[in-house]
Design a protein around this ligand. Sequence first.
Ligand code: GTP
Ligand code: MG
Length: 559
Amino acid sequence: DRFYLGLETQTQKRRLTSTISAIKAQAGNNTVSKAKENKTFQVIQEERREQAERSVLISCPPKFNENKFLDYLSKHGTINKHFFYSSYGTYAVVEFSSEESISSLKESTNLPAVEHEAAVPFKSRLLSLKWPGNQMNNQPMPTFQEQSPPSIGDISQLLSEKDSIDEQLQCLTEALQLTEENINLRFLVCSLLGDIAGAYFPECIIRPFGSTVNGFGKLGCDVDMILDLDGIYATSQKKGSGLSLEYQVKRGASERAVTQSILSVIGKCVDQFGPGCVGVQNILQARCPLVRFSHQPSGFQCDLTANNRVAMKSSELLFIYGQLDPRVRHLVFSVRYWARVHSITSSIPGAWITNFSLTVLVVFFLQQRSPPILPTLDRLTELAGPSDKCVIEGNDCTIVSDLSKITLQKNTDTSAKLLQEFFEFYGNFPFNKASINIRKGKEQTKPETTALYIQNPFETTLNVSKNVNATQLERFVKLCQESAWLFQKSEILNRSSSQSAETVSPWGFSALLLPSVTSGAGMKSRRKRKLEPASSRIKTLLDSLKIKGGETVAKKGSA
Ligand code: GTP
Ligand code: MG
């Protein structure tokens, strides 16, 4: 069994390289890391990856006994951590303390006897628990860890019960953010995929990037993956002055052509041999070629790319910004959520603003505060140490990894005030002539006539929002204006003191999530808004703030 034999040596090798690179990275970092907050991005990712390599994903029957199950698995070694979740069935994630346990577990695992079909004998770490039928009765069910985001109804309810907008924004962030278990599951899925790709490239690593690791991930978001073939974190080529050897390789017409051919082969392998992987689509003609598929046991939509080191660096950059001040995450989560609810962003690719662009807009806005809440990207480059040096395809992607080197200025604005000012700022931004540049932390003259120009932080000649058309930009600006305007209304701003916990109406941030007067209904309502006096505009808007049971903010406010 070629897959199986390859895997044994490959996982051992990977464990060694991961440990070494984590130690190296930490050694190059002057701060002694005690808590997770002090660890560098790279060290955090390596630790999570290493945990995932020691983990298995097990599909469980509807009824089983948790203790017996854990006792059974413990025969193979100490279990560090485990949790259960429910998604088209019950699943368990089990992390052992040593990778030897995985080999031992696999030795005692059987290939299924399939009756009318045939099985591909690929021995993965996705397993099924078989429980004898006569031991099924009255088993207490384990606690499940939630892997989906709360519904908008639940969010509204939750927010309405808070006492201030600041509390609402914090609560929203906490309710939507990825849980520790969800991140573990994401890394495990990457690791399982790595075993499949390892059949071709035994030393490859599949790493998550994007919102899985940038600190802005929301439960339910996709898993962006990079097939890392030559060590994203490798520092330099081994060069000596004497003799040396070089691999003979097959050549392709371009980097892009090579990436496409690798991804097409791995896509095929995932499709035909990957347990639980369904709906595999090769999207190789995209600007960034990718293989998209669903991983059924986890419920994740996965986008696998290759040769995409800059994207990993962008994820690290966003992660750093998110770590510097809690208000950054509160603002990003609320702006992203607000945008999604109002269909400013969409899960379908198109002329919409993306979550990535929105996040850069928030970063830029926070660089403009006085005093600034976030440093410029140039400043993060200046603070970098020698081990942080990173050049990708000629682009300097160096950023400081030791966050303790970054000194922040004292700005005491509340998250609520910042959100309000965010809407005012972009409601009035001169998008027609200025571009957004977080490297300089200043707006610049737009080099092109595209509707929205947000300079790519690392590939500075590119615009990350090139896809956005004038209509979508206008919708965003209008909605910013409307939200800024709503933010000034006392009915919206304050939780009415007469409200009891059972009869709360949407107020504060929840009120900004209610259907918009301008954006959805098109020209008709927009014209109407211009002609009507302000008082009736407010009335129309307040009337539109209907919630369950037909209560409105207007009624509440006047009660
Ligand atoms: P979600 O919408 O929650 O998935 O956010 P995300 O940040 O993961 O965004 P997405 O899945 O669309 O993209 C994944 C990553 O690819 C982002 O975090 C960026 O690093 C990068 N990326 C996405 N869109 C662009 C773009 O237009 N330009 C560049 N340079 N990078 C992008
Ligand atoms: Mg994503």
